[in-house]
Write a protein that binds this ligand. Structure first.
Ligand code: SF4
Length: 473
């Protein structure tokens, strides 16, 4: 069983969790859906206010909105052919059936207990494939990379699904016309984007992970109850941009240090200019820390460390308790369970692996712009275990025994003679949450080839279909 399949909200089968706390007073500034604009800026802070909750409800009523996969067999078959889903008969699938270990000549491979595709990412890719199947003659666009994986995005491009990226000047959606199909990626889209596309008359395929939507629901609740959202995330990350767009007032903190700064400001006050300068790109428009930190609710970017988000929640709770007293805590602090375990599970599995004395070095597979993959590489480096992070097997040259790999802090490094054929070795391997199993299999294939030039590949063996999330749930 794929470990990531356990990572999902308790109360859905492709249906978004409900918002909590209905009946709270509505903020007057957020009642109307704004008119259509011709193009959509990526930044959430510049857009006109929109009632995110009402907007999301209205999407269902358009008849042009899909938010669940159909598990169409033809799309599944194509995903298998392209190697963009879970492995069902390759090396990774076979390793899964024998305790995540494989021995190939001198090479022993240990696969982390939790690795690779999380549930939400596989679901998003599946929905994109299904959209192409259902609309073979229409123009298809994705409002960003569907997931942070170059191979998957290349496949989509080859299927004539155009990825619209922001190259620093905002995204240009002007080429999209009524009748085209627009796919929203796993980490969501901003309320401005959703609103524009709803009004533009396009067919919408919303692959937003239900865990991310759950965070949006909590932010909705903050807004309705007039709380400020403290978002644990990176202000420039697409998911956090989308989440912030659902909030009225927000501040984004990237780590414990920034959270502590906010807590200290709440307790002791401080220099408002300094606060606003420090969070210049990470607060809502017109943010006033002297007024807007009286009632706060916690929200999170789902790929941040679970433990860190929980710690920030405790810090905020303790701060409000100290300032207003235990009896008043519910009036000043709001916490809803929105943390997805997928990222944490992969990190926990890696901590376990780097503590294994038999593992000589690590290979980490995942997109170079993938935040959760960089954390995996970081764990191995901190442990002092040699670790090679690659985004695909193309970074490995078998003939020269060379690897072009990335370090956690961003440097690309070429290492010649990274493997030592003739000497038995144990390789630990893991992959980020947006990495298909095929990428891991291709990397290992090259490792085996370097050790044995006569290696011809792993014989496929049907390990049975992976349980779909619905079956699993
Ligand atoms: S990591 Fe993100 S996309 Fe994956 S299951 Fe969690 S919330 Fe969903």
């Amino acid at each position: 069983m794929h470990t990531a399949l356990t990572s999902r909200p308790a109360a859905f089968n492709g249906v978004r969790p409900r918002s909590h706390g209905a009946g709270a007073r509505l903020l007057p500034a957020f009642r109307a859906l704004v008119p259509v604009s011709q193009s959509v800026a990526a930044g959430a802070t510049e857009a006109a206010p929109i009632d995110g909750r009402a907007l999301r409800r209205s999407l269902n009523q358009t008849g042009r909105y899909v938010r669940q996969p159909t598990n169409d067999p033809a799309s599944q078959q194509l995903m298998d052919e392209h190697g963009v889903g879970y492995s069902t008969n390759g090396l990774v699938a076979q390793m899964r059936t024998q305790g995540n270990v494989w021995k190939q000549g001198e090479v022993t491979v240990k696969l982390a207990k939790a690795y690779g595709y999380c549930w939400g990412v596989e679901r998003a890719v599946r929905m994109a494939y299904e959209a192409r199947q259902v609309h073979p003659d229409r123009k298809l666009f994705v409002t960003n990379e569907i997931i942070h994986n170059p191979e998957v995005n290349k496949r989509l491009t080859e299927m004539n699904i155009e990825i619209i990226e922001d190259h620093g000047k905002g995204k240009d959606y002007s080429q999209i016309r009524s009748g085209d199909v627009v796919i929203f990626p796993a980490f969501g889209a901003t309320v401005q984007e959703l609103n524009d596309f709803r009004n533009k008359g396009v067919q919408m395929v919303d692959t937003t992970c239900p865990w991310v939507a759950k965070v949006w629901n909590s932010v909705d609740t903050h807004t309705r109850k007039q709380f400020t959202s403290v978002i644990h995330g990176k202000y420039s990350h697409e998911e956090t941009i989308a989440t912030a767009s659902f909030a009225t007032n927000y501040v984004i903190v990237k780590d414990l240090k920034e959270a502590q700064y906010v807590c200290d400001y709440i307790l002791y006050g401080g220099n408002k200019e300094e606060f606003l300068a420090k969070f210049a790109k990470a607060v809502s428009k017109g943010f006033d820390p002297d007024i807007m930190l009286e009632r706060v609710g916690l929200a999170n970017q789902t790929t941040m460390l679970k433990g860190e988000t929980q710690q920030i929640g405790k810090m905020l709770e303790a701060t409000m308790m100290q300032k207003y007293g235990p009896a008043e805590i519910n009036k000043h602090f709001l916490l809803m369970e929105t943390i997805c375990d997928a990222t944490q599970e992969r990190q926990d599995a890696l901590y376990e692996m780097v503590a294994d004395p038999e593992v000589d070095f690590m290979v980490v597979v995942g997109g170079f712009n993938s935040s959760n993959t960089s954390h995996l590489q970081e764990i191995a480096e901190h442990k002092g275990l040699p670790s090679f992070w690659v985004d695909s097997a193309a970074r490995i040259d078998v003939a020269t025994n060379t690897i072009l790999h990335k370090l956690a802090h961003g440097e690309l490094r070429e290492t010649v003679g990274w493997l030592t054929p003739g000497k038995p070795v144990t390789v630990g391997i893991t992959s980020g949450a947006s990495t298909p199993d095929r990428a891991v299999e291709e990397v290992l294939q090259k490792v085996f080839q370097i050790y044995d030039p006569n290696f011809k590949g792993i014989v496929p063996k049907d390990c049975g279909p992976m349980p779909t999330p619905e079956e699993e749930h």
